[in-house]
Design a protein around this ligand. Structure first.
Ligand SMILES: NC(=[NH2+])NCCC[C@H](N)C(=O)O
Length: 428
């Protein structure tokens, strides 16, 4: 699989998506918070919103679906992909008898049944009283957050990074993402990343999630230090990037990280809830964090050639962006009113997804944020309107609005629902 992410806003070519299915429908109210949702989400309306989102993605890019890819990868003759899952910890931490039970199932199940279980969950089949009486309902719990494909993995340059998810309820997502992208084939010694179309993969450690990672350009990435991404996680990313510093890579491997320290608050789990790019010169930002001298702490990390990484502080994110040769004009999410800023940030208003230079999709239920984009010169149009005419599709700058009330209650926005695999370069 060809991977190439040189930036955050170049035309999106291929992107990894997942249609939410029974793993979401299975959620009971008492499990919503442990599953990282704001609330139980009504299934049909949510799927309808997702269908409209998918339609836009299909017109503007080439989506690759996790389920389809898993079906291809799991069909391998020798069961290597299945063994790869076990080897990389699918059954780690489970009680011996449960692990043995799942192992047998994993090796024998049909591909369809396997995908159902890995994504939608596999109900408990108790063979001990202790297990029978335990409160657990599943041997393998469902993965309701899998449609937030942004988080379990990310691409920088042409390398694939598998996140170390902060919460156990999301850990299997990283394995499935790696499997879906064919990375298990790396264990076949006859293939190397440089000769085949197999991505070079880095399994990260500590805690780090894709929603905190933004590829600014070929030299710099911006990373959130957040509830989900800790210094140890960033250290593992640094050492992966550093190990690639002399490799010839196209797109290049960045050598600078701007680290934004985020408050540990539910609505700001990831950087992309407070900071996204809408073009290569403009960013939607959450004003209370970034404006003025009391803005959040910003740390820099960079390395040159053989030198080890150096760490230093910036006065503000704007100073850091300027120093990286990539200044950005802030557009304040939620407009000028402090209450509205908070409400729309909570509803993932800032979490827009960039499809092209000056082309974003946004949830329409955040009117003040949409207004901000309109003031900045964006034409604002509904998905239905844009899809009705070629001319409208080519308009720039353009913000396509989509309904997202139910999707937002799952705790994320449109950027969270996309994992870009290839983007075009931008010439600034
Ligand atoms: N990139 C993002 N902001 N992702 C949002 C993920 C939301 C998901 N419910 C979680 O808490 O993990």
């Amino acid at each position: 699989m060809n991977l190439s992410i040189p930036n955050e806003v170049g035309r999106l070519q291929s992107v990894l998506l997942h249609n939410p299915g029974r793993e979401v429908a299975a959620m009971t109210p008492d499990r919503a918070s442990e599953n990282l949702f704001y609330d139980v989400v009504p299934f049909e309306p949510m799927v309808e919103e997702y269908r409209r989102f998918r339609k836009v993605m299909e017109v503007f890019s080439e989506p690759v679906f996790i389920r389809d890819r898993l079906a291809v990868e799991l069909r391998d003759e020798g069961g290597l992909a299945r063994r790869w899952l076990v080897h990389h910890g699918l059954l780690a931490g489970l009680h011996r008898s449960k692990a043995a039970r799942l192992h047998t199932w994993l090796m024998k199940a049909s591909v369809e049944e396997l995908i159902q279980g890995l994504v939608g969950g596999r109900e408990k089949r108790s063979d001990t009283l202790e297990d029978y009486l335990s409160g657990e309902t599943h041997d393998l719990p469902p993965l309701p957050n899998l449609f937030f494909t942004r988080d379990p993995g990310f691409v920088i340059g042409s390398d694939l990074f598998i996140s170390a998810m902060a919460h156990p309820v999301r850990r299997r997502e990283g394995l499935l993402t790696a499997l879906a992208l064919g990375a298990w084939r790396l264990d076949d010694q006859s293939i190397t990343p440089d000769t085949g179309s197999i991505p070079r993969m880095h399994m990260l450690s500590g805690s780090i999630e894709g929603g905190d990672v933004l590829v600014l350009d070929g030299s710099t990435i911006v990373v959130g230090l957040s509830q989900r991404t800790n210094p140890r996680g960033v250290d593992s990313l640094i050492s992966s990037l550093w190990s690639r510093r002399n490799g010839k890579s196209n797109p290049p491997v960045p050598h600078r990280i701007i680290l934004v320290h985020l408050p540990h608050q539910r609505s700001m789990i990831h950087l992309d809830m407070v900071f996204t790019l809408v073009s290569s010169t403009q960013a939607l930002m959450y004003r209370p964090l970034f404006e003025g001298v009391r803005g959040v702490r910003v740390t820099g990390v960079s390395w040159e050639n053989r030198e080890p990484p150096r760490f230093y502080e910036y006065d503000s994110v704007f100073q850091a962006l300027e120093a990286a040769g990539h200044p950005l004009e802030p557009l304040w999410g939620g407009g000028g009113d402090a209450t509205v800023q908070q409400r729309e940030q909570w509803m993932a208003g800032i979490n827009v997804c960039s499809l092209d230079e000056g082309l974003v999709i946004a949830y329409k239920n955040n009117p003040a944020t949409i207004q901000t984009l309109a003031h900045a010169g964006f034409s604002i149009m509904s998905d239905q309107k844009v899809l009705s005419s070629r001319d409208l599709m080519e308009k720039r700058p353009l913000c396509i609005t989509l309904p997202g009330l139910e999707l937002a209650r799952a705790g994320g926005g449109l950027r969270c629902m996309t994992m870009p695999l290839t983007r075009a370069a931008v010439t600034r």
